[in-house]
Design a protein around this ligand. Structure first.
Ligand code: FEO
Length: 392
């Protein structure tokens, strides 16, 4: 794709990665993604804001073919999908300076072996005048890594937010055209990437409140010409209360655990509690992460295998612990044949979750009358807890 004009002297310079289906060898990308770099041309100086994933460096270099001079490469974030082509850009413009936070400088040297003399570090709130275009650098740690910052372009009222406020979506639309579709992509992105840093997100949104934004230009997905759309969503996802919803990630080897899951789910629905079931053997882990954002309770369904939880249940539990959802209650249900340490093992995997653990229900072999009663009791407890916490 060619360079695209945002305002006079401000251009989108990125690459749309239509076919990428996995990020960080972990995160599913059903809609692909983009790596958005931007060029800001002042009367005296020219700055490139971020680069692109090295796999698509050629696309960026083609867009730079008719840019004779580059004074600055602003690196908002050291992760390679934005920084990985800095070396190549520096080869073309050896006098350009890499502008970043002090923390980013250290990481960029570690990850990309960029020579130290190429860097100029910027302090929080520092400005850079390009001639009729003034960049203000705002340190915004932990969106996504500790070194992240954003840039505000004063004259055009554009916030270049890098990972912050982004979405994984490949499209030829420069701006959001379908807010429903973008909301889905941005929620998935938030759940997988931003959720663990909810507290920092709130602080950074507060910090950016004083900037009058006309456009938000992230480094993944489309630009927002209605900034309130994404800012309001981030506020809701970061600090809104969980819902009257039970998420049940589960796996079953021979059907006993599945019977328990189905019984619990239908009892919960009878009691007015919404449920979402995810069979971990086939589920899209990103969809599970999105649903965890809303969950009031998580119930992990797992058989006992090799004396512990099924590895797929262990994986989902580890993931939930890393994503730190706002979930308030957690329980475990499942079937076993000859004992084991399923509950202890899973309970030891969730130190990050501030949850109340509700009495697990484990049964020997097929669930029997007393096991189904125990599941009914668990459903009643969950419904009561949700009501007490006013989850809706
Ligand atoms: Fe888009 Fe944290 O990199």
């Amino acid at each position: 794709m060619n360079r695209r004009t945002i305002q006079d002297g401000v251009y989108w310079m990125g690459a749309v990665d239509w076919d990428r289906r996995l990020f960080d060898s972990l995160i599913p990308l059903p809609d692909g993604t983009s790596y958005n770099a931007y060029l800001v041309q002042g009367k005296e100086k020219v700055a490139l804001l971020d680069t692109v994933d090295p796999a698509m460096a050629e696309t960026l270099m083609e867009q730079l073919a008719d840019v004779p001079k580059l004074d600055y490469i602003v690196s908002h974030h050291a992760e390679q999908d934005h920084s990985g082509s800095i070396g190549l850009v520096l080869e073309k413009y050896p006098d350009a300076k890499v502008m970043c936070t002090p923390k980013a400088k250290d990481i960029l040297i570690d990850l990309l072996a960029i020579p130290e003399e190429a860097f100029v570090t910027v302090s929080d709130g520092e400005q850079l005048a390009l001639g009729g275009k003034t960049l203000t650098f705002v340190h915004t740690p932990w969106v996504h890594w500790p070194e992240t910052m954003v840039t505000y372009l004063e004259e055009d009222r554009i916030l270049f937010s890098c990972d912050f406020l982004g979405s994984h979506i490949a499209t030829s639309d420069l701006y959001v055209t379908d807010e429903g579709r973008t909301k889905e992509a941005a929620k998935r992105y938030f759940a997988e990437i931003m959720a663990p840093f909810r507290n920092q997100i709130e602080k950074n949104l507060e910090k950016l409140k004083s900037y009058d934004m006309q456009i938000i230009a992230p480094s993944h997905g489309q630009l927002y010409d209605r900034p309130a759309f994404i800012i309001d969503l981030y506020k809701e996802w970061a600090s809104g209360p969980p819902q009257n919803l039970v998420v049940i990630p589960h796996v079953s080897m021979h059907g006993s655990t599945k019977k328990m899951v189905d019984h619990l789910a239908s009892t919960l629905v009878d009691k007015g509690v919404r449920v979402e079931l995810f069979d971990l053997a086939v589920t899209d882990i990103g969809k599970l992460a999105m649903t965890l954002l809303d969950a009031g309770t998580v119930v992990v369904g797992t058989p006992t295998v090799l004396a512990g939880p099924h590895p797929m249940a262990a994986y989902a539990t580890l993931l939930a612990n890393a994503l730190r959802p706002k979930v308030r209650f957690l329980s475990i249900i499942g079937s076993y044949s000859w004992g084991g340490k399923t509950v202890d093992t899973l309970a030891g995997m969730i130190p990050n979750l501030k949850v109340e653990v509700l009495e697990p229900v484990l049964c020997k072999g097929l669930p029997k009358e007393e096991d189904l009663k125990a599941l009914d009791q668990l459903a009643a407890t969950i419904a009561q807890k949700h009501a007490e916490h006013h989850l809706s």
